[in-house]
Design a protein. Structure first.
Length: 239
């Protein structure tokens, strides 16, 4: 019988000289936007990257919190203007409930106020939808490296804000209204009655009325219509 060639594998040995290195699992992403077409487009961008994977989609901020509590994603990408809870409201709650989940704000608003509110809420990045195809993937990777992602316009805002603070010796302005008042403002602007708001927030209608009175006094407004206009200007609801 002819001898086997020297290159033949010895029985019981692996044909691979170098074992494969286990791949790092992709970043698990929760995507929240109230427009299904926007979510579809963003998901195409993210899922085309081998290190990123959308595992859940939400149509509003409250649903985003529910899904995040169930799935514990690595990263949450939140729109600002959404029903029930805005992206900023959801970001504050997620930062409290799931501090290990990184948060990015993806928005159409190139707005300094929203940008600073996002940072206060716990977001580590702020990405404009108009350039999402260019910036979003890098923003996701920066977030997972514990690095902030700031779009160029926001850099100018930060520098201007720093110079103003240095000149005046003041900190960033505090928020005018509390988180609870913001919740009630949003629900009032969406057309809910005091009883409906009380049921949603598990408080009494009298408490809702007291918060609404405080809102009118703090903001210098007169009625529900002016509260609704303020909510639109603040990005709590869409016009």
């Amino acid at each position: 019988m002819p001898e086997l060639p020297n290159s033949a594998a010895t029985p019981g040995t692996s044909p691979e000289r170098f074992p494969r290195t286990p791949r790092t699992p992709p970043t698990r992403i929760l995507l929240a936007d109230d427009h299904a077409l926007v979510r579809r487009g963003v998901r195409l961008i993210l899922d085309s990257e081998p290190d990123l994977m959308v595992v859940a989609e939400a149509g509003d901020g409250a649903e985003a919190i529910e899904l995040a509590r169930a799935d514990a994603p690595d990263l949450a990408i939140l729109d600002i203007a959404m029903p029930r809870l805005t992206g900023l409201q959801a970001a504050r709650e997620l930062a409290r409930l799931l501090p290990q989940t990184r948060i990015l704000i993806l928005t159409m608003y190139d707005n300094e106020q929203y940008f600073f509110e996002a940072l206060r809420a716990g977001a580590c990045g702020y990405v404009l939808k108009s350039v999402a195809d260019r910036d979003l993937v890098e923003a996701c990777r920066a977030a997972m490296r514990d690095e902030p992602f700031i779009y160029p316009g926001a850099v100018n805002a930060l520098i201007r804000n720093f110079l103003d603070r240095a000149k005046d010796g003041a900190d960033l302005p505090t928020r005018t209204i509390t988180d609870r008042e913001e919740e009630i403002l949003k629900l009032v602007a969406e057309g809910h009655t005091s009883q409906q708001i009380a049921d949603l927030l598990v408080i009494s209608p009298k408490t809702v009325e007291r918060h609404r009175a405080n809102l009118l006094q703090k903001l210098g407004l007169r009625d529900r219509l002016e509260l609704t206009r303020y909510a639109i200007r603040s990005g709590l609801i869409e016009p």
